[in-house]
Design a binder for this molecule. Structure first.
Ligand code: ZN
Length: 130
């Protein structure tokens, strides 16, 4: 999926549910399984997912085991930061990021730091094309 502008991306990912759905398809392409036991077709709940295996039955979110996991920052902020970081070849500052996304500079710094780490050791293709 390619976005031509930041506003297009933010429009598309207006709802956190849309982000979750999108990221779920990246993490579990084709076959959606519980990350704890591998059972197929976990239940979709309001806040995330729940394993369908009665011996596991654990709740989990799309963020489990990712670099998003330890934060409460909305996924659309992460997606936007990744988009900005990959589309600004000369790099983007946390000040720019906080202005673009309307978030605190401290948050922007945290997000940007994590995104840079991720782009360094992973294929930045999670938003398509990269
Ligand atoms: Zn399970």
């Amino acid at each position: 999926m390619d976005f031509e502008s930041l506003s297009q991306l933010l429009d598309y990912f207006k709802e956190e549910e849309t982000c979750i759905e999108y990221y779920r398809n990246i993490r579990w392409p084709g076959k959606f399984v519980c990350p704890h036991c591998g059972a197929e077709d976990p239940y979709v709940t309001k806040r995330g997912f729940k394993c369908s295996n009665s011996e596991c039955y654990r709740k989990f979110s799309v963020r489990v085991g990712t670099f998003f996991e330890s934060s409460k920052i909305p996924l659309r902020i992460w997606f936007a930061a990744i988009w900005l970081a990959t589309n600004h070849k000369k790099g983007i500052s946390s000040i720019q990021l906080s202005l673009n996304l309307g978030i605190a500079q401290k948050t922007a710094w945290f997000v940007l730091h994590r995104v840079r780490e991720m782009l360094k050791d992973k294929d930045p293709s999670m938003l398509g094309g990269g």
